[in-house]
Design a protein around this ligand. Sequence first.
Ligand code: PEP
Length: 252
Amino acid sequence: MPAERQPLIAGNWKMHQTLSEARALARNIRGELAPAARAEVALAPPYTALTAVYDEISSSPVRLAAQDAHWQKQGAFTGAISPVMLRDAGCRYVIVGHSERRQHFGETDATVNLKLKAVLDVGLCPILCVGETIEQRQAQVTLEVVTIQLRQGLAEITGLSGENLVIAYEPVWAIGTGLTATPDQAQEVHGVIRRLLAVMQIPAQDIRLLYGGSVTPENSAALLAQPDIDGALVGGASLKADSFLKIIAAAG
Ligand code: PEP
């Protein structure tokens, strides 16, 4: 990985952590983060805990992330949270297009595209998630699926850079299942994503490409050693400070 691409290790807490649990987890991670850690670290708690987590990490290098955003700045969208509100709450990153949003909440490449534009518009950095289902992998259409998700998700967006875009390759079959892509499988897709970004006139060498899908302290070093894997989006293993800290340490 070129020296200028600082690894990013982001913890997606999903629908876990009460306020007191979230505060304690954030405090433990911040408190035990090695000062020399090479990776940037981001935490994505549920909306209810954004402010509590921000209070714990705001004076540290740990960044706040949200798990989703609406594409409007405000309005009659009951239950939704806008990118303006997330910026106001102290977020730096917003996960967009996570497969659980696609699977359970009707997220499409078209809504992902709207959300990316909205998040970028308020100066936040989206973490765009892409990845194939097990059926698609078995049908050997992984690369086509990821290419369509990227082309449609990023359609009509200009001005992208390493500062305002992160992409996470997360094979759906590996999320929360304990099944992980092998380092070779992950690297193959990451390499294709980077080449596609270059074709799309996006500064591919600057964009951080994260792997996500059952990342653990045991498998993280081999994944992070791949030339086009610049970090990890971590679900289950981010809910315990010790396992998350070991993954951060594996990034150098
Ligand atoms: C995720 O939520 O993005 C994820 C990769 O989850 P897990 O690490 O639990 O597979």
